[in-house]
Design a protein around this ligand. Structure first.
Ligand code: WT7
Length: 650
């Protein structure tokens, strides 16, 4: 298994669900759970067929799974439905009609609420505007928006007319938007003038203008008013979405989509090449998001559920929008930063809105720890009953703090492992069943056949590190990479000869069958819960005139998990200086987005390479972390490079 996977400190604490939690949980009987889990693996079509029938279909499916064109799955074959119909219309004839679907708070503090009936009308209005401007079924629409209700409405409006949404996180640069719009062949963009972030209006429309400059193919830019910032206007292309929506009809029939019609594209980083447009389809994705949200978050009608992820990431797709709304939950949406205007902002929101289920990321938890308990404890958290985390491995210390300080030792924690590609949660405790262990995502969810294997695909022993694979198809799995089937097969299915889905993560499984995720085994970094490819950041660096060669590695960081450290060699006529380092950091931020800004830029005369010319990344990782270099350096081409990088020779 090599170097990447090493055993980590053993954590032996275990926290079974309390009797009080179990008494009201959706599932709490271990025998029932065992029976269902066994059924989900042994008779997946029976299990998933039954779950799928809990959702409304416009035309029933004929077959649960067609895996004959492996690794291209078809779920709920022949069925037709619509994601906005599943999230909205089904609730209109029930008591949920006048229940809040969305409770939104802006960063400056204003609150807007939408009942299911109101959200339905708002979505229909947007859908009618999109249609009137010629957006058609199957067309791709890029969304670049702040965390405002209009973002959720726009997503569901695309789904309603069968347009494919491609949400681009609001922190991405113009260049990143351009790449995604081009790769996806988007014909329309939905944006806002700006949004509130850290006490200021962050302009968005101007970034879209820059992204689209000279680009053919986008016929309309729909703009929502939010920031009130001055923007430029391109007549004929730009329209005010909110103005047109006010005049549009609040009724729009949902387009009956084939279960395998694309619902959305979402771009994610891989170790090589440009970002991948991960393709998710309609029926299977909804079934996966629905069931996981229901059981993992134990959703009930009286919950106020808050997933703090931005809709620009997959977590926001599956667990802000589709999963909770398919369950008829009340969802809190917050526009701004967790520490604006004060470091207790999240806990103020929890107290004010009586949040009962909170789903956030380890990086946020570590920030709260650092800011101090008092910002948490001065707000009433008695409404909380369940806590969740996602995005990266959580260190046991942060897990314990989350449990004791935030959850007052009362709330179970669900540490949920999954990926953009998996669409829905794959490894997780069930809060009424599983004894949680700090730092472990614990057990596979229903229908998930996870294993830890060696290089040859053979399962490794208890507590031995290996590659995490999934051995069975699941409903919400990606159906491919937009425009590149070969890359889909190569990236996820080639490592184990087409037998297993390769996650790219290392893991070990303990004596109780609990999984401990040990991070990525490829050249992908996880910064603040977001995947970044070293290769993309390196190409951004090399696109700067001063840089000849670059290698980017992660080093452990207390808050963000990993911080980016860039090693660069510069060309003649340029000299290494702190000013150039700052310039290069800014350059990356501009090319990709602030999230990719290196924490550190180090200049080197040469990068350490093997005789075959491969950059020795692990060696750079050790240097960046200030560790002893542990790698066998016998293949190093030029030994003096190493000494210079460490600063032994000046
Ligand atoms: C990668 C997926 C899925 C939502 C957010 C990230 C890491 C995610 C956990 C967890 C340990 C985790 C993995 C995974 N990851 N959740 N609970 N424990 N690691 O989505 O950007 O597609 O990244 O995030 O490395 O492969 P993503």
């Amino acid at each position: 298994m090599g170097h990447q996977i090493e055993s980590i400190l053993r954590e032996n604490r275990s926290f079974p669900p309390s009797a009080a939690f179990r008494a009201r949980a959706r599932i709490s009987d271990p025998a029932e759970y065992e029976r269902l889990y066994r059924e989900s693996l042994e008779q997946p079509e029976v299990f998933w067929g039954r779950v799928a029938r809990e959702l409304p279909w416009l035309k029933p499916f004929e077959r649960v799974l067609d895996w004959s064109a492996k690794p291209f799955a078809k779920w709920f074959v022949g069925g037709r439905t619509n994601a906005s119909y599943v999230c909205l219309d089904q609730h209109l004839t029930t008591h949920r009609r006048d229940k809040f679907a969305l409770v939104w708070e802006g960063e400056p503090g204003e609150v807007v609420r939408y009942t299911y009936a109101e959200l339905h009308a708002a979505v229909c209005r947007y859908a009618n505007v999109l249609k009137a401007r010629g957006v058609k079924k199957g067309e791709r629409v890029a969304l670049y928006m702040p965390m405002i209700p209009e973002l959720v409405i726009a997503v569901l409006a695309c789904a309603r007319i069968g347009a494919v949404h491609s949400v681009i996180f609001g922190g991405f640069s113009a260049q990143s938007i351009r790449d995604r719009v081009e790769d996806g062949g988007c014909t329309a963009v939905i944006t806002a003038d700006g949004g509130w972030r850290r006490g200021k209006v962050l302009p968005l429309k101007p970034v879209v203008d820059e992204a689209l400059a000279g680009l053919a193919g986008v016929h309309t830019v729909f703009v929502v008013r939010r920031g009130g910032n001055l923007i430029e206007w391109k007549d004929g292309r730009d329209v005010w979405l909110d103005e047109l929506a006010a005049q549009a009809s609040p009724e729009c029939p949902p387009e009956p989509m084939d279960s395998e019609d694309t619902l959305f594209l979402l771009y994610t980083s891989g170790s090589t090449g440009k970002p991948k447009g991960i393709r998710h389809t309609t029926g299977g994705y909804l079934v996966g998001a629905y069931l996981s949200a229901r059981f993992v978050f134990d959703l009930r009608d009286d919950d106020l559920y808050w997933c703090t992820a931005d809709v620009g990431w997959v977590t926001g797709h599956s667990y802000v929008i589709y999963g909770p709304l398919a369950n008829g939950a009340s969802v809190l949406l917050y526009e701004g930063a967790p520490n604006t205007p004060h470091p207790g902002r999240f806990w103020e929101l929890v107290a004010k809105h009586k949040v009962s289920v909170l789903y956030t990321a380890p990086t946020a938890i570590r920030s709260f720890m650092r800011w101090g308990d008092e910002h948490v404890t001065r707000f009433d958290r008695s409404s909380l009953r369940l806590l969740g985390t996602v995005g990266e491995p959580i260190n046991p210390e942060a897990w314990m703090w989350y449990r004791e300080v935030v959850g007052e030792s009362r709330c179970p924690i669900v540490d949920t492992w999954w990926q953009t590609e998996t669409g829905s949660i794959q490894i997780t405790p069930l809060p009424g069943i599983t004894a949680a262990k700090p730092g472990s995502a614990t057990r596979p969810f229903f229908g998930v056949d996870a294993a830890v294997v060696d290089e040859h695909g053979n399962e490794v022993g208890v507590n031995q590190g290996g590659y995490l694979v999934l051995r069975k198809p699941w409903p919400a799995m990606l159906r491919g990479i937009h425009g590149d089937d070969a890359r889909y097969v190569e990236t996820y299915w080639s490592k184990f000869g087409g037998r297993y889905y390769f996650t790219g993560d290392g893991a070990r499984k303990d004596q109780d069958g609990c999984f401990w995720i040990m991070g990525r085994v490829d050249d992908v970094l996880n910064v603040a819960g977001h995947r970044l490819s070293t290769m993309e950041i390196e190409s951004a660096l090399v696109s700067h005139a001063a840089v000849v060669e670059a290698a980017v590695v992660g080093r452990p960081d207390e808050i963000s998990g990993e911080a980016l450290c860039a090693f660069v060699t510069i060309g003649p006529g340029h000299s290494a200086s702190p000013a150039l380092a700052e310039l290069l950091k800014e350059h990356v931020a501009k090319e990709i987005g602030k999230l990719a800004r290196p924490a550190e830029v180090r200049f080197a005369e040469a990068l350490p390479k093997t005789r075959s010319g491969k950059i020795m990344r692990r060696l750079l990782r050790d240097i960046a972390a200030g560790r002893e270099v542990r790698q066998d350096t016998s293949t190093l081409e030029d030994f003096s490079v190493l000494a210079r990088l460490r600063g032994d020779e000046e």
